[in-house]
Design a protein. Structure first.
Ligand SMILES: C[S@@+](CC[C@H](N)C(=O)[O-])C[C@H]1O[C@@H](n2cnc3c(N)ncnc32)[C@H](O)[C@@H]1O
Length: 272
């Protein structure tokens, strides 16, 4: 039976043969620090504060940070005043947006690296800290990403992971489903003209592909992250499971936060 064409066909037909079809390129607006709708969901500066606190530790001067899976740089940009930030992402479009925003906001991001976070192209012991916010779940082998983060961090340096607990799959609770529906209608209303004009794939289709290909990675949870970090010889120095309640904006509160009823966690570890 002939399969109904879906979002996947868009990529196959659009990209040259053998080029990597990267759906993340199409959701860049959702990760833009200047996106108006983003502010309704979350307060990025609170994430930045949490990371700053964890990177100011006794007897250790944190100077260089690697932001792993940085997206369009919501964290990189906010940390750039105090640290030398290197930002790594698989999506060139995300990095291009980061470059544009950093220039506009006069923020000095030290370097942007287009690479796979499961194979970080830096020598061992290169950074004082490596952080990863919501960029473990998209990869097939998140344990490799954590190992790589530990490898490129100097001894006594910090590794920080902020993620969503995906243990129980990705079913949204009722409140979130309702909130998301309203948000989607509003978003379509605002963006549909832009999509039509540019003849581009809209982000709902790209999200569909991301969800299908990652299966929302049920591997990612607090105990998995702690276990991989300790198996790499790190000491867990802090765990925070109340992140979500701190960072929600108005719509975030209404919908029970991004990612529906799922909780977030933040783990901070010291490389011995
Ligand atoms: C959910 S977004 C998080 C972005 C950013 N850390 C934030 O919190 O705003 C996930 C990011 O991981 C990136 N990504 C996905 N797979 C990757 C890989 N294998 N290596 C590096 N980055 C990857 C995507 O391009 C995307 O920018």
């Amino acid at each position: 039976m002939k399969r109904k064409p879906d979002a996947r066909d868009f990529f196959v037909n659009t990209y040259p043969i053998n080029a990597y079809p990267n759906p993340w390129d199409y959701v860049v607006d959702d990760y833009d620090i200047r996106s108006k709708s983003r502010r309704l969901w979350i307060k990025d500066e609170i994430y930045a504060e949490l990371v700053k606190i964890k990177n100011q530790f006794d007897g250790y001067n944190c100077n260089t940070i690697l932001d792993v899976g940085c997206g369009a740089g919501t964290l990189s940009i906010l940390l750039a005043d105090e640290f030398r930030v290197h930002s790594l992402d698989f999506s060139r479009t995300m990095l291009e947006r980061l470059k544009t925003r950093a220039k506009e906001l006069k923020k000095d991001v030290a370097a942007m690296i287009n690479a796979d976070n499961q194979k970080i192209p830096f020598k061992s012991n290169s950074f004082d800290s490596a952080l990863c916010k919501f960029a473990l779940w998209p990869v097939p082998n998140p344990e490799e990403t954590i190992k790589e983060m530990v490898r490129v961090t100097k001894s006594n340096g910090r590794i920080i992971v902020i993620e969503v607990d995906r243990t129980n799959g990705y079913e949204l609770n009722l409140r979130s489903k309702f909130g998301y529906r309203i948000y989607k209608v509003l978003k379509k209303f605002v963006r549909v003209r832009k999509w039509k004009k540019q003849k581009i794939l809209h982000d709902d289709e790209a999200w569909k592909i991301i969800r299908e290909t990652t299966k929302n990675n049920p591997k990612i949870n607090l105990s998995f992250t702690k276990q991989v970090l300790t198996s790499c010889g790190c000491e867990i120095t802090a765990v925070d499971t109340s992140v979500k309640s701190k960072i929600n904006g108005i719509i975030g509160k209404l919908c029970g936060g991004q990612c529906g009823g799922h909780n977030y966690f933040m783990v901070c570890a010291k490389k011995r």
